[in-house]
Design a protein around this ligand. Structure first.
Ligand code: SF4
Length: 301
């Protein structure tokens, strides 16, 4: 299992209109609105991530794409976090051009997150301010710059089961190293506030589906997993997920990292000591997990 924490380093006031998102300036929501945090605040969050046993730290900002001043501040924060904590740093800064992708890669950003969010057929119902192909291009630029690609989305946006299957295959075409799976947690004030939440059974089916279509990706359960899976968190892991967001999400509160660690211990699932390269910890029974190439799920048993 690979554990990661997110930091919402610049919240709210986003000009885009993604219908699920409480950080859009177009909707009346209770999401926090603040400018990019001080480097010290980013570093404090990174240290807390380290203390929680996670190895990946993702700096997220709510923007269409980063303007120059913001990008420079992110690059500064990346350097400090890497040198002070040794964490692998990921970034999620919205749409980027190739030069921006190259600068992020040169600064040591290992992984770039940019979700397709949903299937091509559904996307234009969810967002009108940018296109599905805009997102695909950014994903390709991240890969072109040499960063690993983290690319997934949100299930439960009103897509049909067939469209969910299409979405998994559309992601697979990009070859992401990591696929975050969020489940819609309808946010008051957004256009999807009254959307029905997926049932646990639908969610488990979707996790298994994504595992089959994306056999070598880190499949990361993310926002909405507590709401949708409830007491069935362990089944989500047994259905095929091999990565978790620990702690809070961008705009919603998650479980404690300690609860997730206890669950992984109970399931006998070793926690990755770092992303990629098969660097895995010895599990509690003293068994060494097998080394594996990047992204291959490894189980002690
Ligand atoms: S999902 Fe991202 S781009 Fe869309 S409104 Fe939210 S913060 Fe902005």
């Amino acid at each position: 299992m690979e554990l990661e924490s997110l930091l919402n380093a610049k919240s709210g006031a986003c000009p885009e209109d993604c219908a699920f998102c409480s950080q859009s300036a177009r909707f009346e929501t209770d999401a926090d609105v603040y400018a990019f945090l001080d480097v010290d605040e980013v570093l404090d969050a990174a240290r807390a991530t380290r203390a929680a046993g996670a190895t990946q730290f993702c700096i997220v900002v709510a923007v269409r794409g980063p303007e120059e001043r913001l990008l420079r501040r992110v690059l500064e924060a990346v350097e400090v976090v890497r040198s002070e904590t040794g964490l692998e740093v990921a970034c999620s800064l919205g749409l980027i051009d190739q030069a921006q992708a190259d600068r992020l890669a040169a600064a040591g950003v290992r992984r770039y997150n940019h979700n397709l969010e949903t299937s091509r057929a559904v996307f234009s119902r969810i967002c009108t301010t940018h296109t599905y192909d805009d997102r695909v291009e950014t994903a390709r630029r991240a890969l072109g710059a040499g960063m690993e690609l983290c690319c997934g989305g949100i299930l439960g946006l009103g897509e049909t089961l067939e469209q969910r299957v299409d979405f998994a295959f559309e992601l697979a075409e990009l070859g992401p190293c990591e696929v975050p799976i969020n489940f819609l947690d309808p946010r008051p004030g957004t256009p999807l506030a009254d959307e029905a939440v997926l049932s646990p059974r639908e969610a488990l089916q979707a996790i298994a589906l994504f595992r089959l279509v994306l056999p070598s990706a880190w499949l990361r359960l993310a926002g909405g997993r507590e709401l949708v899976l409830g007491e069935l968190q362990s089944m989500g892991l047994l259905a095929g997920a091999n990565a978790l967001i620990v702690g809070n999400y961008l705009t919603t509160v998650g479980r404690s990292a300690a609860e997730d660690r206890a669950l992984l211990d109970a399931l006998g699932m070793p926690v990755a000591d770092g992303p990629g390269e098969g660097r895995f910890m010895v599990d509690e029974a003293g068994a060494h997990a097998r080394p594996a190439r990047v992204g291959i799920p490894v189980r002690a048993d």
